[in-house]
Every structure is written in structure tokens, then in C-alpha cells.
Design a protein around this ligand. Structure first.
Ligand SMILES: Nc1ccn([C@@H]2O[C@H](COP(=O)(O)O)[C@@H](O)[C@H]2O)c(=O)n1
Length: 618
């Protein structure tokens, strides 16, 4: 682990089950190759992971089984190691490439910016060559406009020890926010293509579908159905991501899916037994599957390899730890901007309660930072999506690294000037509408005049991915909240507590407080049961948050008086929802009415604010 990281402590562990074919899975690492400095249970770095995979491959060789490494994208954006350099990723791509990943695909974060698509194309692709698979993603040459597959559409290979015949795919969900030097083909169209249908006629021992796709998203369903229609008898193992959660799903008796969390907190383990090898007597495979979510720390890695501090680490692993350490120094990631006076949580505190990160932003940060000198005296509503905040703030040092961990995006503030307050006040309620209005194609065409070909963009995409993946159990409560929001006069969440914020959700987990020494962490419940986490944890609390939050700035001091007009200021990412929300509120606005509000990104403004306001000791 990195120097300065807090040491993990031993915790009750569950063992891994090995099979004929085994997988280690990373996803949504978002630049956290240095591990977590303030959370010991996730403190292993990419160098430790390299040592771990080396030792696990040796174990596989000893057992005569096979081990494959999979990564399902979103390797970039979300940590100083990627975001703090100019250009972004100056050190990250090289550090990441020290790992031998057998199957790798692309996430949406590799595609938001023109620049990161170029890096994917000219750096990650050559680094991983035939291991990179892009089943529904094309690269568009910015000079010629020519469109060609980002990488091969599928990969066929034999495993090292048993010669198992594998056909692997690499999908991305139907993402539409990509820069124009890439093109994502809809999954439902891809599975009708000749090349895909031809591959399904083959009879490998296993299909491996990697995808930057949440396990419960429709895209995996579509792929599974298309595959099973063409091929009834081949086991299929899916590896997904994007949702930032630990999850496993059973599609049928021969097909399962695994998702392995986020931010290098989790290394996913999947084992498959009962496979039939090509050439075996013509009987059907009857595979069995196991899954484990490994907490990313060296004590767990020692446990699973049966090694210790003196025998576990490899030269290459140590070398990569040094690469990370020196990159962090070059980037001055430990430079302290201020000291957070307490913890601020994204979902471990209620939306409107002290200690909630959005409340901090609404009440303290926005009124200071959302200022355009020429319009300083105008009343304004400043709106941001909760998904724009990516991580909690822990009490203690707030560093250059923390800034990017909390807010990695290059988003800026825009505004629509002089909107009648009667219209503007309704926006926040509509953004947080828990009913299905945003998903209605009729509403899109009739009210928003959006071309019917444009798929609706559900408003939950403004919230944090972890919440987007959260079970729909809160829909009724969310609808009630919306009704209140739409009828409340300020458009702000009403003062009384909405039902769905009243009690924490534990993701259906069993409380384990009977064991006093447990560290709080993931207690996953998936289609396999509730024994998936390698470390036995005390459950974390989870409070549902709104999609977007709002600060009323420079309002008349007497709260009963309301301004005639306000500037509607918002983070650029949510423009696709702001304009329809304005229309829905009775305002005839379009993208043409949107102007830049001020210089600087939210990220830079947050860092300045911390520097000016959190100058205590830590
Ligand atoms: N510029 C951006 C980009 C993304 N978001 C938020 O992130 C969510 C997607 O996150 P994944 O890591 O799962 O891809 C998206 O739904 C937004 O909430 C953002 O706020 N600004």
C-alpha cells in the first residue's frame, strides 16, 4: 500500500472457492490506482493488485485450473492520479498498463471527452492489443470522419492450463453522451448484426461477455436473450460495471453475471466448475458458479494467497507501487488545501441533515462561489445534480487529491437570465420528480418537442450511480415527495421529512451488530445470497438522495417576498434536463437562451472555497 495510507486491520474472512475457470474482475476504478488513504479496508494499490494476481496465477497453475483477469471500463476520471495532471492521465495510463488484463473493454468515462477517446485509441488499445474488445463501439477519425471498430468485436482464445476455448465480447451500454470522435451502437442493433450471429454459431467452451453495463440494465438482458436464442448450451459468464455496486445475477442455470463495485474498493472473484472442454464426449456442461467480493487490502490478499508480508509482494508489484508514489509526489496530491471539520456523506446522512455533503454545498459553498460580478445583485437559483459529487469528504486533511475525488469533472456553470420566479421555482421539483414523466415518449414529443428518435433520458441519471442502481423499492415514496415538491411554494424540498428519507436503507442487508469488532462496509445481497463479501462487515447506512439540489442566493431578506425574476444558474451536465423542466414549468426556453455564468469549473471553485473557509488544524 502507499506510504501514508492507514493500515488495514484483520477482520473475519470468508474463503474463495476455486473452480476450473476463475476470474478476477475490476471495474469503475476511476483512477484510484493508489488505493484509499483514509479507508484502510480499501488501501491496497495497483502494485499490490499486481502482486496478488501474480500469486493467484501461480496458485491456478499449481491447481491445473485457469485464471483470467477482466476489466470493464471507467478507468479514468475520479482521482487526482488521473485528473490532476496536464494532460489528464499523464501517469495513469502507464501505471494501469503494468497489469496483464486478459479481457478489457470501454466505459462511458473513457468517452465523455474527445481527449480521453484519443488516449483510449492511441494508448490503451496498443497497450492491451488483442485483449481489448469493443463489440458496439467505433472510433471516428477526427480528420477524415472515417468510422472503424474501436477494437476487435470479439476475442477468441484458449486458456493457459486447460486449453478452454473462450469467446469474449466487450460491450458498453447505450451511452449517448460521448464526444464525436466515437460512436456507440445500440446493443439491440448490435446483436442483430451478422458478425455477432455468426459468432454465436460457434461452440466455445464458455462465452465471456464483458460490458460496461449494470447487471440489472436492459442491455445485458438483450444480449443474454439474443445469445440464448442462437445457442442454448454454452455457459455464459457476464462481467458488468457502471452501477458502482457489488452484485451478482443469475440469468439461467448456465449463465451468471458479476459486478465488482467501484474505485478499487472491490476485486471481484468468479469461479466456474463443471465445464465441458471441446472434444469431450458430447454431453452438456452443467456448470456451477461462485462469486466473492474481495475487499481491496493486503491483509485480505495475504489471506487468499496463504502468504504474508515477507512472501506476498513481487518485484513488479513493488515497482508499480513506487511508480504511483512518485506520480503522486509529482502531482502534489497530498498538498493540503484545508481541514474538513467533520465527515460529509453522500448517502450515509439524510439529504437535509448536518453532515450531508449536498447540504454543505447548498447552505455554505454555493452562496459563496456562485457569483458573476456583473449580476451579483440579481437573485439566483443555483442548481447542481447530486451525481456530480463522487465521494464523501472525511474529517481531516482536504488535499489536492480530495478535490478530484469529490469532483473530478470539468463541468462549468451556465445560466438562463431573468426567468420569472413563478416558472423558475418549479424546476427543482421537476428534476426530482419520482414519477415516470421523464420516461414518457409522449411527454417528450408533446411537451418538450423532442424528436421521438431521441431516447428519453430518465432524470435519475442526474443522481449518483450507486443510487441509480438501488432497487426501485422507493418509487411510491418518491412519488409522494414529488407531489409535495410540485405543490410547495419555494420549489425546495419541503421542511417536513419525506417518508423515504426517514429511515436508512440497508440494501436489504442483515444487521450484523451482534459482532462488535466489525468494520462498517459492504454487506451485499445478490442472486446468490448474502455471503458474497470476503470480509464480514457491519452494514453501512444508505439514505436516498434527491437527483438535484438548489441554493436560493441573494433573495430578499424577508422570506415572504419573492423576486420577480431570477437567474437560473446550473452545472452544464444537467442542461438536457433544465431546458425541458423550464418548458414543463411554462417557460418557452431553448438551448439558445443559455449563457456561460462565470469562469472556472466547480472543481476549482470548491478547492478555493476550502482554502478560504477550512483553515483549522488537522
Ligand atoms: N460530467 C459529468 C459526468 C457524469 N456525471 C454523473 O455521473 C453519472 C455517471 O457515472 P458513472 O461513473 O456510472 O458513469 C451520471 O449519471 C451523473 O450523475 C456528472 O454529474 N457529470
Amino acid at each position: 500500500a502507499q506510504p501514508g495510507a492507514v493500515e488495514p486491520v484483520a477482520a473475519p474472512m470468508r474463503n474463495l472457492t476455486w473452480g476450473q475457470l476463475n476470474f478476477l474482475h475490476t471495474t469503475d476504478t476511476h483512477g484510484w490506482l493508489g488505493g484509499h488513504f483514509q479507508e484502510p479496508q480499501y488501501s491496497a494499490d495497483w502494485g499490490d493488485y499486481i502482486s496478488f494476481t501474480h500469486q493467484m496465477r501461480k496458485l491456478a497453475d499449481d491447481k491445473g485450473s485457469d485464471l483470467l483477469l477482466v476489466d470493464t471500463g471507467d478507468r479514468v476520471e475520479g482521482n487526482g492520479l488521473f485528473d490532476a495532471s496536464t494532460p489528464k492521465g499523464l501517469y495513469q495510463y502507464d501505471i494501469y498498463a503494468q497489469q496483464d488484463v486478459d479481457i478489457i473493454c470501454t466505459g462511458n468515462h473513457e468517452l465523455y471527452q474527445h481527449y480521453s477517446i484519443e488516449r483510449e485509441h492511441n494508448t490503451t488499445l496498443p497497450n492491451f492489443k488483442e485483449n481489448y474488445v469493443a463489440s458496439n463501439l467505433d472510433y471516428v477519425d477526427p480528420e477524415t470522419g472515417n468510422r472503424s471498430p474501436m477494437a476487435q468485436r470479439f476475442r477468441r482464445f484458449k486458456t493457459k492450463n486447460q486449453g478452454l476455448d473462450i469467446i469474449a465480447f466487450g460491450f458498453i451500454f447505450d451511452f449517448i453522451g460521448n464526444a464525436n470522435n466515437s460512436a456507440v451502437q445500440r446493443v439491440e442493433d448490435t446483436v442483430k448484426e451478422k458478425w455477432f450471429l455468426d459468432v454465436l454459431k460457434e461452440k466455445p467452451d464458455v462465452f465471456v461477455v464483458t460490458g460496461h453495463v449494470g447487471l440489472r440494465m436492459e442491455e445485458f438482458e438483450v444480449i443474454f436473450k439474443a445469445m440464448r436464442q442462437a445457442n442454448w448450451h454454452t455457459p455464459i459468464v457476464f462481467f458488468g460495471g457502471h452501477a458502482h455496486v457489488r452484485d451478482a445475477r443469475r440469468f439461467d442455470s448456465m449463465s451468471v453475471a458479476l459486478a465488482s463495485g467501484r474505485y478499487m474498493e472491490t476485486v471481484g472473484w468468479m469461479s466456474v466448475d463443471g465445464l465441458k472442454k471441446t472434444g469431450d464426449v458430447e454431453t452438456e456442461a452443467s456448470p456451477t458458479f461462485t462469486r466473492t467480493y474481495i475487499d481491496n487490502n493486503v491483509l485480505g490478499m495475504y489471506h487468499h494467497t496463504g502468504l504474508d508480508e515477507s512472501s506476498f509482494h513481487t518485484d513488479k508489484g513493488r515497482e508499480v507501487t513506487k511508480m504511483i508514489d512518485s506520480a503522486r509526489k509529482e502531482l502534489e496530491l497530498d498538498r493540503r488545501f484545508g481541514c474538513a471539520p467533520r465527515d460529509y456523506w453522500m448517502s450515509r446522512a439524510r439529504f437535509n441533515e448536518d453532515g450531508n455533503i449536498y447540504k454543505l454545498l447548498m447552505d455554505e459553498v454555493f452562496p459563496d462561489i456562485i457569483v458573476n460580478e456583473d449580476r451579483r445583485n440579481e437573485s439566483r437559483l443555483a442548481i447542481m445534480n447530486t451525481g456530480g459529487i463522487r465521494f464523501d469528504i472525511f474529517k481531516g486533511a482536504f488535499t489536492r487529491d480530495t478535490t478530484y475525488i469529490v469532483s473530478p469533472f470539468v463541468s462549468e456553470f451556465r445560466y438562463v437570465p431573468d426567468v420569472p420566479y413563478e416558472i423558475a421555482r418549479r424546476i427543482i421539483g421537476i428534476l426530482n420528480d419520482g414519477s415516470r414523466i421523464w420516461a414518457s415518449p409522449l411527454l417528450q414529443s408533446e411537451i418538450f418537442h423532442v424528436d421521438n428518435d431521441v431516447p428519453p433520458r430518465p432524470n435519475k441519471f442526474m443522481s449518483a450511480p450507486e443510487q441509480q442502481a438501488h432497487p426501485e423499492l422507493k418509487r411510491d415514496a418518491a412519488d409522494n415527495l414529488v407531489k409535495k415538491l410540485l405543490t410547495s411554494s419555494a420549489g425546495l424540498p419541503p421542511p417536513e421529512k419525506p417518508e423515504y428519507m426517514a429511515e436508512p436503507q440497508r440494501d436489504g442487508q442483515t444487521p450484523l451488530r451482534s459482532q462488535p469488532d466489525l468494520i462498517a462496509g459492504y454487506t451485499t445481497k445478490d442472486d446468490f445470497g448474502d455471503d458474497g463479501d470476503d470480509t464480514v462487515h457491519e452494514p453501512l447506512e444508505f439514505y436516498y438522495q434527491a437527483n438535484a439540489f438548489q441554493s436560493d442566493i441573494n433573495f430578499p431578506p424577508n422570506h415572504k417576498e419573492k423576486p420577480e425574476t431570477v437567474d437560473v444558474v446550473f452545472i452544464d451536465f444537467i442542461q438536457p434536463w433544465i431546458i425541458p423542466a423550464l418548458k414543463f414549468s411554462g417557460g418557452d426556453y431553448s438551448d439558445k437562451d443559455v449563457l456561460k455564468y462565470m469562469e472556472g469549473t466547480f472543481t476549482s471553485k470548491l478547492a478555493e472555497w476550502v482554502g478560504e473557509n477550512w483553515q483549522g488544524d488537522c
